[in-house]
Design a protein around this ligand. Sequence first.
Ligand code: AMP
Length: 370
Amino acid sequence: MPFPLPPGSTIGILGGGQLGRMLALAAARLGFDVAILTPEPGSPASRVAAHTVISAYDDPSALGELARLSDVVTFEFENVPAAAIERLAALGAQTAPNARSLATAQDRIAEKRFFEAEGVPTVAFAQIDSAADIGPALERLGAPALLKTRREGYDGKGQAWVESAADAETAFAAIGNAPAVLEAKCPFVREVSVIAARGRDGRVAAYPLSENRHENGILRRSIAPAQASDATAAQARAIVATVLEKLDYVGVIGVEMFELADGSLLVNEFAPRVHNSGHWTADACQVDQFEQHIRAVAGWPLGPTDMLAAAEMLNLLGEEALDPALAADPMARLWLYGKVGAAPGRKMGHVTRLKPLKSPSPNLCPLGRG
Ligand code: AMP
């Protein structure tokens, strides 16, 4: 086993977006280099990376080049083909998280069946292969229900509400007539997420819960710690530990959940990577989600997840990120992703505002076997 990797090793990352950029910055802090594979020239991550391979994710020679450059390969983007991870593994590369975790997260039906099999509570759902499946599913789930493409949906894209069976054809067309899942409407009072990591030694560390507010299907704000009861926080930790262990996962995961009026949680989905709702950890925690992921995949000990301050993260969309006055707020920590082209709604950066904590490290999940 090459683990723990010594400083000076190279971490390969599939994907060149802002998550890869923040992973690369964290890797540099620990003395690692990164190699990015991305189809996008001048990507946010490659601009802070030692090496970049520009290519499609499934190009065999590019994957060979990444394997040659890297001591371990990870990903920052969940729509990387799971076959790319399998190919890297076949080339003898060390990869984390594993291909099964990626493949499960990529297919909403596989993901929900995994939750069901492991006793993780999730919303009632039905598999939809054609518009004709929607009417019977709606009878079982109740109306309205949310139709989501099985694959490649993000930031609320590929989703349509179905009010009645008469909407079936229109809703199915609205999501591109693609294989889908129909979900019962969840009467949540709040959306929360838990960011956690599992190391190569099986240890699990979770961050305090954050509350997430969306606008137009895009995460706008994360507030940490969430005002959750101890029972809710304990359920979140138990859920994330189950998911990590059952997937034999190595690295950071983000699990999105709906909190119901009685404080109980239903899992919406998980992202097999560092997560936008955990960006606040970079300013408010002893070891943040990016460093934690690098530690995990490199086989290093996980770090403490204690919060040193309460935090509110605001995503900067489009031209909002172009205002240097953002840097004038003494309580605001500004992160800009170096993206060219501030299209409306595009995530260009974020700002984290810190406040004193009311109580020390609420909802803390100490390092331990989950
Ligand atoms: P997703 O792409 O699954 O993260 O969904 C995007 C957003 O749609 C979520 O953050 C929720 O605000 C909302 N949403 C997703 N699924 C449901 C559901 N089953 N019931 C109610 N709202 C939902």
